[in-house]
Design a binder for this molecule. Structure first.
Ligand code: SAM
Length: 230
């Protein structure tokens, strides 16, 4: 993070941190540049395929209800994750019963997510059956996700460190962002996720983001990266 900020300061030909802080406080464009630079937005469809297998076979039967499912994809970046979720869920439920809220701090990635347009390369990891069923070719190099899948998802700006948390979710997916948070911030986020889940709800984390003492934040481990609300 320090390396990134230092290189941004150099690029703006600024002498030190205080001057840079003043600049981003006063200049909206520079503030947006800063946010875009420090939020690491790497994402891909079906990221860590083995975890999606566990989600489908072991977790979904625990969280899908007669009236459907309500999911929160927190720190969703460019939308690859919530769209992957919607396609997987559509194998198990009528699309009208899938409600996904997808949030991120970074406005730019949310715009891309809402557009639903992706390069061939970013779809590389997605099982072919989903790609064939839910994407239409836009031109030589890009594909657009179909409206039915887009309509399952509401994209919103949300800061995991500051904002109020939405509630009543059966499943919260939050992957590859908590790794950047302090231990104190992670603990606060886990407790708030716990309150955002319905009874028996599941939290799905990224590969390097296991909860060290799950019971203390109200969770029981179910499987690697999956925790059930106690
Ligand atoms: C590496 S991406 C992860 C995307 C996706 N979850 C995945 O695993 O592929 C991390 C995302 O977290 C977002 N982010 C960083 N800090 C955040 C915060 N405090 N609240 C919400 N989102 C945040 C970034 O904007 C970025 O889009």
């Amino acid at each position: 993070m320090k390396r990134r900020i230092d290189s941004l300061i150099m690029r703006n030909r600024i002498s030190g941190y205080s001057e840079y802080v003043n600049l981003i406080r006063e200049n909206k464009e520079k503030y947006d540049e800063f946010m875009g630079y420090i939020t690491i937005n790497v994402s891909e469809f079906w990221r860590n395929a083995d975890q999606w297998t566990i989600l489908e076979n072991k977790i979904l039967p625990m969280v899908i209800k007669d009236n459907g499912i309500k999911v929160w994809s927190a720190a969703c970046s460019t939308g690859d994750e919530p769209y992957s979720l919607a396609m997987l869920l559509a194998d198990h439920l009528p699309i009208s019963k899938i409600r996904i809220m997808a949030t991120d701090l970074d406005k730019q990635v949310l715009l891309k997510a809402k557009s639903g347009i992706y390069s061939e390369k970013s779809l590389a990891g997605l099982p072919a059956r989903y790609r064939n069923k839910y994407f239409v070719r836009k031109n030589d190099s890009s594909f657009e996700i179909v409206g039915d899948i887009k309509r399952c998802i509401t994209f919103k700006e949300h800061d995991l460190l500051n904002a109020n948390y939405p509630s009543c979710f059966d499943l919260i997916v939050c992957r590859n962002v908590l790794i950047y948070f302090t231990d104190e911030a992670k603990t606060a986020v886990f407790k708030r996720f716990n309150r955002s889940l319905n009874d028996g709800g599941i939290l799905f984390l990224g590969s390097t983001e296991q909860i060290l003492y799950p019971k203390e934040v109200g969770f029981a481990p179910i499987s690697s990266f999956f925790y059930k609300k106690l």
